[in-house]
Design a protein around this ligand. Structure first.
Ligand code: ZN
Length: 310
């Protein structure tokens, strides 16, 4: 009877121990499972974050590459010369283009479209810098050589002082393209406007028409013709060097004939040379042409040969 009791207690203790052990085991299993799940979730999250970061980096890189590509495309487009109309093929450069402000561009001393495109990059916007207005918006932004622009601004300000309430505006300065419209227009590569030293100038108060006979009586032409050399500009196409009347055009010749008569066309050559041209140092005291001046001063040998610089 006593043994039976003891066996019964032992069995109870054993069952109790087994229950406790089972409880501990289950508790451990549950704990491990929770940790595993948490770790898995964390890992998944980290992988997700990494993937998102990598994707975002890739997108950023791609965007940067696309932006770079676009900006280089824009640059390419900007660097390309403007679309040229009826451009004649000009194979050789002109020997005077190294003369700087004395460079000669005319139907005999031509330049290439590459030269014109490069020259454009050296010029400044005179509307932005000095408030000098272009009178015909079809001509676009007036561009000019920086040194010429400083002197043009001074000249036009002095004109305003002499003619209060008046203003001279440009009718195109630098041109990328020539124009094919007869005597007054030159094909691409042959125009003085490619030099970056030239502006056509008129005072709108006097009509602003580019008609020589009409403008000749205009105060702004008379003032510019008489005073422009003091600012380094010359009256580029005076009647005495046109070589004939407007109805009987002639081409530039070996003596210095320009073939043009334009009261509005002023060209920067620097003060020293402008004075010599305006006061006729090589032309018996009479207004000279740039062509004749370059030959008479020994800089160009033959005005029909653009390779004949000294
Ligand atoms: Zn002109």
């Amino acid at each position: 009877m006593k043994n039976k009791k003891i066996r019964g207690r032992l069995i109870l203790i054993l069952v109790f121990v087994i229950m406790i052990a089972s409880t501990i085991l289950i508790a451990n299993l549950v704990k491990n499972k929770t940790e595993f799940s948490e770790n898995s979730a964390q890992e998944t999250e980290e992988i997700g974050q990494n993937s998102e970061e990598e994707l975002s980096d890739f997108s950023e890189n791609l965007e940067t590459e696309i932006t770079d590509e676009n900006s280089s495309l824009d640059e390419d487009q900007e660097q390309k010369p403007e679309t040229l109309v009826e451009t004649p093929t000009i194979k050789n450069e002109n020997c005077t283009t190294s003369f700087g402000k004395l460079m000669l561009i005319n139907p005999n001393f031509t330049v290439s479209t590459d030269f014109i495109a490069q020259r454009k990059t050296q010029l400044v916007n005179i509307t932005e810098l000095y408030g000098i207005k272009e009178g015909n918006e079809y001509n676009g932004i007036p561009l000019l050589d920086p040194e010429a622009a400083v002197n043009l601004n001074e000249m036009l300000n002095d004109y305003k002082k002499d003619y209060p309430g008046h203003e001279i505006t440009t009718r195109s300065c630098f041109r990328s393209e020539g124009t094919n419209c007869g005597r007054l227009c030159y094909a691409t590569g042959t125009s003085d406007h490619h030099t970056g030293y030239t502006c056509d100038l008129v005072d709108d108060a006097y009509g602003g028409l580019l008609d020589t006979d009409y403008l000749e009586s205009h105060p702004e032409w008379i003032w510019l013709h008489q005073n422009s050399y003091k600012y380094g500009f010359i009256d580029r196409f005076v009647s005495s060097w046109a070589g004939g009347s407007m109805s009987a055009p002639v081409n530039v010749d070996t003596n210095g004939t320009t073939g043009l008569y334009e009261t509005w066309h002023f060209r920067y050559v620097g003060k020293e040379v402008a004075k010599e041209i305006a006061l006729g140092k090589y032309n018996d005291g009479n207004y000279d042409s740039l062509e004749h001046y370059l030959k008479a001063s020994g800089r160009v040998k033959n005005l029909l040969d653009k390779t004949s610089c000294n």
